[in-house]
Structures are given as structure tokens and as C-alpha cells.
Design a protein around this ligand. Sequence first.
Ligand SMILES: C[S@@+](CC[C@H](N)C(=O)[O-])C[C@H]1O[C@@H](n2cnc3c(N)ncnc32)[C@H](O)[C@@H]1O
Length: 285
Amino acid sequence: MTSVGEIVSALAERFDRAGIASALADAELVVGHVTGWTRGEVATKAFMGVDLDEATVTEIDTLATRRESREPLQHITGESPFRHVVLSVGPGVLVPRPETELVAEWAIDALRQVPSPRPRAVDLGTGTGALALALATEVPTSEVFAIELSTTAAEWAARNIARYGDGRVTLVIGDAASALPELDGTIDVVVANPPYIPDSEKPADTEVVGYDPESALFGGGDGLRDIRTFIARAARLLRPGGTLVVEHGDGQGAAVRAIATSAGFSMTTTHTDLLQRERALTAVR
Ligand SMILES: C[S@@+](CC[C@H](N)C(=O)[O-])C[C@H]1O[C@@H](n2cnc3c(N)ncnc32)[C@H](O)[C@@H]1O
């Protein structure tokens, strides 16, 4: 028998040595995934001196070895919490980022203010369906369209939309530049998290480089190639007065505002996250 506390400490130490910043949290989450306990329950059971049987310890060790090699925790557990939903994730799709939850919030706020019984939104480059599902679940009167170019990513979106979409989220596999042309001029809110890392900038974390698809990360020489495409399409999709919310990288605020202005948007505003990094543009058609 090994106690929960001993396992958590041992895992946290291994993860720390492997260079994982969130070592203790990941240790508790791996133990929680195998035992079916929440992170809080793991901490409580560690405090109470609860023991684990050998089979459970072996299973935890197998997953811990994967995490030690810097496989993303979300690939190991197969899921990623995003606002009020828990998304299925895995190879071929970007793991949704916590900072994108803030982008979702700005889009949700805009969608809630639409004076229509059935406000309509489009999520360009939906990946797991994270933004589309945040909008649909938090604005229950809304109708949401999710467009994704990668068929592999779209399979993850389809799975998540089947679970949470409530019949109000339509997924289309296609190019954000041209898919669903019949929606042009009818949409209240367009939200997007395009690939925006310049091709020459290699992300530092193994979890990103080794596992997130390159087509979800890199946006050409200046990082703005897909932002230009998505903003141009948003200008066509939105009705006059509709709102655009686009995530972008720190330091891209001025360039993205200029792109939106030349595409015909007004009230272009750059928003920062809690660490004061430029994070997203909002603009009005
Ligand atoms: C940074 S990821 C964002 C995924 C998801 N929206 C999120 O926030 O977690 C960008 C997504 O856009 C997709 N994508 C890139 N170019 C596209 C295009 N031209 N049309 C549609 N989707 C595209 C990628 O395959 C990827 O899934």
C-alpha cells in the first residue's frame, strides 16, 4: 500500500525535475484522473492518510511517465475544461488555452447584448469547438456556426458538439475564407482564435511543439496571414453593427487594429489579459 500523499509528493518531484511548471497540480490531476477524484478530493485524501492499492499505483505510474516525457496532461486525460464545458481533446487538435476563455467572455458579452430572440454567431477555426460551445452554452438562445479547415480537428469538434451543442451548433469543414457564403451579412458576432505565431518563432514548451498541430499555431512570416483572412471574412459575415472578437499574440495589437480598420471595422479596441499582455481585438462592423 502507498498513501495518496506519498504518491502526490513523488509525482510532483518527478514533474518538477522534468521542468513542468505546474508540477503539484499535475500530480494531483493525474492521481485524480485514475481514481476518479477531483483535485480537491485528492488533496483531502492525502491529508487524511488514505492508501492506494498496487494496481492503482501502477496505473498512476504509467500515466506519470507519459507526463514526465512532456506529453500534455490534456492528451493523457483526454479532456480539457473550458469555461462551463469539458472538451474531448487529443492528437490533431489544439488544446484550448485558459487565455482563450477570456476571449470567449468578450464574445459572449457581445452576443448577450444582441436585441434578437435568436442571436447568431460564427466561430472561425473552431478546433475542439471551444469558442463555439462556450457561446452556445452560455447564450442559450443563440445559434452558432463553427468552421474548421482540418478534418482531424473537426472530428474532435464534432464529438464535443454532439455532447454539448444542443442542436444549436452547426459544424462545417471548410475554409474560413469562403465556407457558408449564405451567412454573409446575417451574423451578429464573429469570434476567432486564428493561428498567429510567426513561422520563425518556435514555442518553448515541448507540450506545444510536440503535440499541437502546426496548422493551428503558425500564421506565416509575420504571424498575421490568417488574422488577415479571418478579419476579411468577418467583415463579410457580420451585419452592420455586428461585433468581431479576434484573439492575437502579445505585440500584435496595433497591426491587428490596422487590419480591421482597413477591412471596414470601427471602434477597434485591443484588450489585455490579467498579465497585461495584448490578447484580443474587438471591433464593430
Ligand atoms: C489557434 S487554433 C484555435 C482553435 C480553437 N478555436 C481554440 O481557440 O482552441 C486555430 C484553428 O484554426 C484552424 N484554421 C486555420 N486556418 C483555417 C482556415 N483557413 N479555415 C478554417 N480553419 C482554419 C486550425 O486548423 C485550428 O484548428
